[in-house]
Write a protein that binds this ligand. Structure first.
Ligand SMILES: [Fe+2]
Length: 250
């Protein structure tokens, strides 16, 4: 089998800034694990919650800990790194300069919704973000009860311009009765990411988790993740898949 060359767009490796890596040593260990498993590109996405901190404070902290990490960074044994954030949704975020929080400084914003309560008018919020030139990526959609009960709603949000991410660890059918695999196969979700927080309980297992999927699907997911990395539009790539599904419903 050829060596995988993967992109992980959701991680908590940046040390000491959230509930992810506790220090630089652990962050370096996770990065080495990533590289040896076949992950060559990693977006660092610490949590940002506008109810708990200001954007300015978050950015200063993120820069500080990124510089600290880079002092020990070794490109031969670690993936390439770029900055981003995982942004907790609240109506207030629409007033912020969201470009400071996007993945790789591009157009994609990793958005965390409540697991139990979908915000009212989520489709309108997604439309508003896309009008601002921001493409929301809905983080770990398998956690959201409403999406699990009503996968078609996820599909409807993708038609409004949203992208959906599942957690690599949850691809196993025994975890969620096949929800992740099903939404990936149908094109309702676009890629998996590790959402790694540490080396033990939430390790960087993107490459391992993909073994349950077909090579075609792995290639399609990596192509979508590369669109985020390169800040290229994703929908022309996936449109064929979506239009096939579209035909089934309309
Ligand atoms: Fe996360």
């Amino acid at each position: 089998m050829h060596r995988l060359s993967l992109t992980d767009i959701h991680t908590h490796i940046l040390p000491s800034i959230d509930d992810g890596a506790s220090d630089v040593t652990e962050a370096l260990q996770i990065l080495r694990m990533q590289k040896s498993s076949g992950v060559d590109r990693v977006v660092l996405t610490p949590h940002f919650d506008s109810q708990k901190q200001t954007l300015e404070d978050f950015l200063v902290k993120r820069e500080f800990f990124f510089k600290l990490l880079m002092e020990s960074y070794d490109e031969a044994t670690m993936p390439e790194l770029r900055l981003g954030a995982e942004v907790v949704y609240s109506p207030e975020i629409l007033k912020l300069d969201l470009r400071q929080l996007t993945l790789c400084g591009g157009d994609y914003l990793l958005l965390e919704l409540d697991d139990l309560v979908i915000p009212p008018h989520l489709d309108a919020i997604i439309s508003e973000l896309t009008m601002m030139g921001i493409t929301p990526i809905l983080a770990h959609v398998e956690r959201c009860l409403y999406f699990r009960k009503t996968p078609k709603y996820l599909y409807e949000l993708t038609l409004k311009g949203a992208i959906a991410q599942v957690t690599a660890d949850s691809i196993s059918p025994c975890y969620d009765k096949g929800f992740c695999k099903a939404v990936l196969n149908k094109g309702y979700a676009h890629f998996a990411a590790s959402d790694t927080h540490n080396t033990k309980k939430r390790p960087p297992n993107l490459a391992d988790s993909l073994k349950a999927l077909s090579n075609e699907l792995i290639d399609s997911m990596e192509a979508s993740a590369r669109c985020v990395w390169d800040n290229a539009p994703l929908y022309p790539f996936n449109y064929q898949k979506i239009s096939k599904i579209f035909g089934k419903y309309y």
